[in-house]
Ligand binder design. Sequence first.
Ligand code: NI
Ligand code: MN
Length: 236
Amino acid sequence: MSSSSRTRITWLGHATVLIQTPKGTNILIDPFIQNNPKYPKEFELPSRLEAILLTHGHGDHISDAASTAKKHGSKVVAIYELADYIAGKGVQETAGMNLGGTVTINDAAATMVDAKHSSGAQDEKGVHYVGVAAGFVISIEDGPVLYHAGDTCAFGDMKLIHEIYQPKVAMLPIGGFYTMDPKEAAFASRLLKPEVILPIHWGTFPPLTGTPQQVAALVEPSVKVVSWKPGDVFEA
Ligand code: NI
Ligand code: MN
């Protein structure tokens, strides 16, 4: 793979995002592959994924976490109880952190931040308590600060995320129903003050009706809302 001085962000449908740093560190967020109707089927993940970050325990965020971690030699980074649950699925290397904590992955630092959402993990034995829902701020050495909100509504402490980390690129759920919709995403943008919004968690299932166009019509004109499709790459 050719090295790039930029950070590559590939949307793999729903909340699944691949981040590739200038130094070649590969980080996958919320792997939802097999049952993700919008996953770009021809897409091949890099053979080595240094880390897999999980925002919360719902199936549309973790259903392929353990299998992908085993196949790609990844450390799974998640809130303590969720990391423990994933370790129980046979993943060798996990980092069970909590809100406010930071894990370093080569030239990237992933900080777990707040989100407002439920979080339970369901398997054949029932529903398990796997901590609370979270988002991640990912600071790239010689690169941008990224924010993946996970599943959340808009909340006032997004202002704090701006004040502490100043993310340039915000990956925000916009579909509605399970998360914020375009109106709330536009309000979130006022608190986060990103340069770029990468819309996620939309278009996957019928209830997720929000679109990037609706967000673009509501945010300040200085904020770029990227209208992308699964498989597309944004370079930051
Ligand atoms: Ni969820
Ligand atoms: Mn979700």
